[in-house]
Design a protein around this ligand. Sequence first.
Ligand code: NKO
Length: 202
Amino acid sequence: LITLIAALLLSYLTGAIPFGLLFGRMVGKDVRDEGSGNIGATNVNRVLGKKLGILTLLCDVAKGFFPVFVASILLPMGDNWELFVGLCGLAAVLGHMFSIYLGFKGGKGVATALGVFLFFSPWAICIALIIFIAVVGVSGFVSAGSLAAAGMIPFLILMLGGSFSTFFCAAVIAVLIWIKHSSNIARLRRGEEKSWKTKGAQ
Ligand code: NKO
């Protein structure tokens, strides 16, 4: 039990590292003050440019992948192994969304969730990625692609033979991603969401 609690805590603290904000600070900008105000890769790309956007994406994906990868090695194999590793993934995503370093505020969890499910079900992520690219390509909105991919991922995991515990963690993460996108959903409904290519304030 101590091992599990330590793994959950370390996953949370890793997920909580706000890479987008840190890269912004390095160039003297606060991404929370510009664009959508989000610390995720989309807004870093919008505010700081492509290079730092891609770097943020990679780091945010890594901070989802590594906690579950390390937990899968450290946690003892047993009946609840998949559930425990999944909960570490959930902890990493919660860290990103409600970061202790940012007064329990944070990002929308898409890239970190991508890292988590890259570990559990690379094939589900492949299909989710195709859905994401298709929706962003047609609509021009990263948020719409994120919402579609996140909504599909629990079902993709089930269809590809994932365990119920993995499905459960994916479903909780998907709901959290949708909740974190409430301002995007409101903008999409009003027809005011900005294309991912649009720079500057919104
Ligand atoms: O600034 O509010 P904004 O417009 O930035 O940002 C909305 C956006 C926030 O998310 C991000 C993360 C960037 C993700 C980009 C590419 C990731 C490819 C997604 C593949 C789909 C896998 C999703 C699995 C979720 C469970 O939405």
